[in-house]
Design a protein. Sequence first.
Length: 228
Amino acid sequence: MRVVVSIGGSVLAPDLEPDRVAAHAGVVDELVADGHEVAVVVGGGDVARRYIGTARALGATEYDLDAVGIDVTRLNARLLLTALESSAIPEPAEDPETARASLRRGETVVMGGTVPGHTTDAVSALLAETVAADLLVYATSVPGVYSADPNEDDGAERHDRLTPSELVDTIASIEITAGSNAPVDLLAAKVIERSGLRAVVLDGTDPERVADAVAGEDVDGTGVVPDE
Ligand code: UTP
């Protein structure tokens, strides 16, 4: 199976703890050893937010703040690359085309952000589209997509299964509420919809859940399954 795994920065390296990075790399190596083609997109997490906060206070433009964020995602990508044992791309890929070429050479791909204006959620969906992935796994810090932001709304309920267009509607209604955080951003949901991608959104703080999702096991999370 060709798999794109999106690992949030707050899941991969919240504390820059090497064991945690190694555990995520171990799961990627395990998937490769099982015969899967794997491309990983790494986010920036709290470290990126802190850098962005400082740069904003110093007067940086939004475009330049995005560039700061991208740099942090690529730093995190380098950490994961360092911990990988399988044959991998030598440097974090800077765009989906480079990632695709690398995957075709049989290398495991790791990348961070690409260009300003979106997040690694969207990069992951665009990469999954570019390489025609069989599955896109979002390893986030929340166990799935809820009807509302569970941090803001006690009545929020998790969706076990959504179609891509239901995903778009759900994310759009969460994003419209100021201050709410959706586990996957709207651009990513739109890309999933237009290409009919199969996706899973799960709590990736235990990296083994990613392996379980690829193995087709019933994981705690939200499955996004296109209509036949
Ligand atoms: P993240 O993908 O980690 O952002 O990229 P996020 O979704 O806000 O973080 P999480 O999921 O809560 O951890 C960090 C920042 O880098 C910039 C954006 O500013 C983003 O917020 N970025 C990232 C880009 O501009 N382009 C990219 O392709 C990726």
